[in-house]
Design a protein. Structure first.
Length: 217
């Protein structure tokens, strides 16, 4: 005769699922829809840093094409600096089974050099995943293996004033690092930029000036 351990069963039934916080921009990805299948709770928030937050670990998810274009636009350099605001962070490079990592707009040695720079200079690990499901499985395992801690933003490397201004400007559609710097050079301050007439903004933003002013208004 065998006896069922009702105490272990009760413990299993009341065990809380690990929670993964997801940036709202990731709603179009398949990853959030897959996570509940792997026994994880999810919550969408407007994350200022990264795409996923797992027990205070900030995670930036990039598909292979997005990774390459972010290098060229230099957006990824700023995102890496943002990730360092958390005690632990990593980059997920997704789609290694769908895309040839070394083919395309970037020379393969330039790509290798950048990956080494992320690992050695920024000290941020890169996790290579095959597809959305593989990414979701890694996130689920990470959530279950790491201790639960309060998700709070603690800056490890504070951003300078110029970097903070650039970060604010890059939050507007169509404004990347180079455009943000041109705006600051032309109008000297955020207040100067925001108070400038649309016609003056056209010198730097072109047709994007109309959208920029509408958002401010």
């Amino acid at each position: 005769m065998t006896f069922e351990n009702i105490f272990s069963r009760e413990k299993a039934e009341t065990r809380e699922k690990p929670k993964i916080i997801i940036d709202r921009h990731e709603k179009n990805s398949l990853v959030p829809s897959l996570l509940p299948r792997f026994d994880c709770d999810i919550e969408f928030q407007d994350l200022k840093v990264g795409d996923y937050l797992v027990n205070n670990i900030a995670i930036e998810r990039k598909t292979v094409p997005d990774f390459k274009s972010s290098i060229i636009s230099k957006r990824l350099f700023f995102q890496l600096k943002e990730l360092k605001q958390y005690p632990k962070s990593l980059v997920i490079l997704e789609g290694t089974s769908q895309f040839d990592l070394y083919q395309g707009i970037l020379h393969e040695n330039a790509l290798r050099g950048f990956i080494l720079s992320v690992l050695l200079e920024h000290e941020i690990p890169i996790l290579f995943t095959e597809n959305e499901e593989d990414t979701a499985r890694y996130l689920a395992v990470l959530a279950k293996k790491t201790e639960k801690v309060q998700s709070s933003l603690r800056q490890k490397i504070p951003l300078s004033q110029d970097e903070q201004k650039q970060f604010i400007l890059e939050g507007f559609p169509g404004i990347g690092p180079s455009t943000a710097k041109k705006l600051m050079e032309e109008f000297k301050s955020l207040k100067g930029i925001f108070n400038t007439e649309e016609k003056e903004l056209e010198k730097v933003l072109g047709k994007k000036s109309q959208t920029f002013k509408k958002l401010l208004d």
